[in-house]
Design a protein around this ligand. Structure first.
Ligand code: HEC
Ligand code: HEC
Length: 351
C-alpha cells in the first residue's frame, strides 16, 4: 500500500519534471500497469515443461516484445536478417529453401535451421546441444559471423534508440532499461508459446469425434513404436538425447556433433534427436539438410546406415523395413503436421 503510494508520487514527480523540461509525455511509458500473465497451456498427457517459468514468468507484453524482436532485422549487423529469415512460421519455424543456413551477406552456415516448437520441453538446444538454457539461445545467432554477425552492445544501443522498444521493455519489465538479460528473457517468452499439439495424431490421441487413423496410418504407427519411438519418443517425438543414427560424415563440413562440445570421443557424430512434429513441413532433413524427402530418410534407416564406433546399436544392421512399410511409416509421419500451429496468426510478423 505504502509502496504503491510512494511509487505514485515518484511517477507524478517524473511526469511533472518531464513536462517542465518540455518533453512529450507520450514518450514516457506508463510504469504502473502490471503485465498480464500468459501461462503456457500444457497439452493433455504431456510431461511437465522443463523451462523454469518461475525465473521468467511469461506475460502478454513479454510475448509481444519477444515477437517484435524475432521479426526485427536490426538485430543483424547490416539490418538485413531477422530470426524469422531462417525460422519461418509457415514451415513450423524451420527453413525449407536451404540445406545449410544462409546468414548475412549470404554466408553459408554449417547446419540446417531446425523447427522451433515445444521448446519449453527442451533440455539442450542446437544440433550439438551447445546451449543448455533457452534464455541463452538468441545470443548465438546474433553474434555468429555466419548468421547475424552483430555485437550485443551494438544491438542494445539500436534498441535503446527506438521509442517503441522503450515502451515495450517498460510494459514488460516495469521500466525502460534495455539490457541483454531482458532482451533474452523476452525472446524466451515468445519462444515458449510456440506449442504444437494439434496435429491429426493429437486429435486421434484425444479421441476427438470424426477423426481416426486410416489402416495405413495405423500400420505406420505400429512400425514407428517398434523402430523409432525409443529415440523420437511421443508425445514430443524426441527423447531429448543425442545419438549417432548412421549418417556418413560429410568430409567438407567436418562436423562431429556433440564431440565438438564435450571433447569426448564417445560423443563423436552424436547429434540431438530432433522432434518429428511437423516433419512434413520442414525439409530438408538431418543436421546438414542432406535428405530432401521423407522417403529418402526411411531408405537411409533401412539400407543406408554408415557403420562407425558410436553408431547406435539398434541401427547396426539397418531397420528391417520393406518398401511398403516405409510408405506406411511416412503416412504416419504426415499425421504429425499441425496446420493450426503453422498458420497461427499470433505467431506471424507483427503489423
Ligand atoms: C542465418 C539463419 C539463422 C538465423 C538468422 C537465426 N537462426 Fe536460429 N538456428 C539456425 C540454425 C542453423 C540452428 C541450428 C544451429 C546448430 O545446431 O548449430 C538454429 C537453432 C536455433 C534454436 C535451437 C532449436 C533447437 O531445438 O535446438 C533456437 C531456439 C533458435 N535457433 C532461435 C533463433 C532466434 C531467437 C533467432 C534470432 C535472434 C535465430 N534463431 C536466428 C539458423 C538461424
Ligand atoms: C538411435 C536413435 C534413433 C532412431 C532409432 C531413429 N532415429 Fe531418426 N534421428 C535420430 C537422430 C540423432 C537424428 C538427427 C541426426 C542428424 O541430423 O545428424 C534423426 C533424424 C531423423 C529425421 C530428420 C529430422 C529433421 O528435422 O531433420 C527423421 C525424419 C527421422 N529421424 C525419422 C526417423 C524414423 C521414421 C525412425 C524409425 C524408422 C527413426 N528416425 C529412428 C535418431 C534416431
Amino acid at each position: 500500500m505504502i509502496k504503491s503510494k510512494v511509487g505514485f508520487w515518484i511517477l507524478s514527480l517524473i511526469a511533472i519534471t518531464c513536462t517542465q523540461m518540455g518533453m512529450q509525455l507520450s514518450h514516457v511509458p506508463r510504469l504502473v500497469t502490471k503485465p498480464k500473465p500468459m501461462p503456457i497451456v500444457v497439452p493433455q498427457g504431456w510431461p511437465k515443461p522443463t523451462y523454469r517459468f518461475r525465473d521468467n514468468p511469461p506475460t502478454e507484453e513479454g510475448f509481444a516484445l519477444g515477437k517484435v524482436l524475432f521479426y526485427d532485422p536490426i538485430l543483424s549487423r547490416d539490418s538485413s536478417l531477422s530470426c524469422a529469415s531462417c525460422h519461418l512460421s509457415y514451415t513450423a519455424f524451420a527453413h525449407t529453401d536451404h540445406a545449410l543456413s544462409h546468414g548475412i551477406e549470404s554466408r553459408i552456415g554449417l547446419r540446417n535451421a531446425p523447427t522451433l516448437a515445444n521448446l519449453a520441453w527442451g533440455q539442450r538446444f542446437m544440433w550439438d546441444g551447445a546451449v543448455h538454457h533457452l534464455d541463452f539461445q538468441a545470443l548465438n545467432p546474433i553474434a555468429h559471423p555466419d548468421e547475424m554477425d552483430a555485437a550485443l552492445p551494438q544491438v542494445l544501443a539500436r534498441l535503446r534508440r527506438q521509442p517503441q522498444y522503450q515502451t515495450r521493455f517498460a510494459q514488460t519489465f516495469g521500466d525502460t532499461s534495455i539490457t541483454g538479460e531482458r532482451m533474452l528473457k523476452a525472446f524466451s517468452q515468445f519462444l515458449v508459446q510456440l506449442v504444437s499439439a494439434n496435429a491429426k495424431y493429437d486429435q486421434v490421441q484425444r479421441q476427438e469425434p470424426g477423426v481416426a487413423f486410416t489402416a495405413q496410418e495405423l500400420n505406420g504407427q505400429a512400425l514407428f513404436m517398434t523402430h523409432c519411438n525409443s529415440c523420437h519418443t511421443a508425445p514430443l517425438f524426441t527423447n531429448n538425447g543425442f545419438a549417432n543414427n548412421g549418417l556418413k560424415p560429410d568430409p567438407e563440413l567436418k562436423d562431429w556433433g556433440r564431440m565438438g562440445i564435450t571433447r569426448k570421443k564417445a560423443d563423436s557424430l552424436m547429434f540431438k534427436v530432433p522432434t518429428l512434429r511437423n516433419i512434413a513441413l520442414t525439409p530438408p532433413y538431418m543436421h546438414d539438410g542432406r535428405f530432401t524427402s521423407l522417403s529418402q530418410v526411411l531408405k537411409h534407416y533401412a539400407k543406408g546406415i554408415h557403420q562407425s564406433p558410436t553408431l547406435d546399436p539398434k541401427l547396426r544392421n539397418g531397420l528391417p523395413l520393406s518398401p511398403n512399410e516405409q510408405i506406411d511409416l511416412v503416412a504416419f509421419l504426415l499425421t504429425l503436421t499441425d496446420h493450426q500451429f503453422a498458420f497461427d496468426k499470433r505467431f506471424e510478423a507483427p503489423q
